[in-house]
Ligand binder design. Sequence first.
Ligand code: HEC
Length: 260
Amino acid sequence: MSDRRRTLAAVALGLAAATGCRQQMADQPYYRPYEPSEFFADGRSARPLERGVIHRAQHLESDPLATGLTREEWGRIYARRANPVVDLAAPTPVENRDATFGVPRFDQRVAGNPKVFAETYPFPVTPDDLDRGRDRYTIYCAVCHGPLGNGQGKIWERGYLLPTSFHTARVGDKELDESKRNAPASPLGYSRGYALWGISVPMREVPVGYIYEVIAKGYGGMPNYSAQIGPADRWRIVAYVRALQYSQHEPAAAAAGGKP
Ligand code: HEC
């Protein structure tokens, strides 16, 4: 055998070995997406999760940490989903307060009213949480609501709908032509979401779960931030919004040395 032939034979052998190896790796048993299966009775190769499987770090749907709603409200949603009532004669859900979930349809300040939104934080808020809240607020909210929470961020300066102010007093107002204020008619610092349900409540008195809900789902002209901000950080931002509110409106008792 000439040298040349020997080299060729060696290359051919090498190639055969390499292909053989590739063949074994590629021949692993697996299904391509949507490929049918003869093994499972329902013929589907993509298997549903077993009942009760919980992803790592998954929050249970009913957990106020993830919903901002009270467990009572969640119970109502759950019951309705399990047993939907279709009553064609009934007013549309938007008009039927009792049939609508997770919207600011009751004034929680009135004793005896159903509680919709959580009124307490799902975990104790520490100074570190507040720092993180300020950090996240500055990144995600200040562009529109302003670093002071007065609703006059940079985006609004460029003609965006004036965001709700978190304060009922004018705070650090910019000197701008009044006619350029693209502002809805609701009073300064009052929730527009509650106003839709005929409830007049200043932002500093809305339940913490409501602010959480607005971050998670958005409201009106405000986009939702659920993809950018995880549940725990949403609560930290809520705590920081409250801190901003306290900075402008210290409860009288606190000013007098008592507890706020
Ligand atoms: C792109 C601008 C924009 C950003 C960013 C933004 N908001 Fe808003 N927000 C608005 C606007 C506009 C409204 C008023 C919506 C309306 O009246 O339709 C609003 C309303 C609200 C309300 C009050 C809803 C009510 O009942 O009046 C809350 C609370 C709120 N935003 C919190 C936040 C928080 C917290 C963040 C940061 C996570 C944030 N927003 C980020 C524009 C923004």
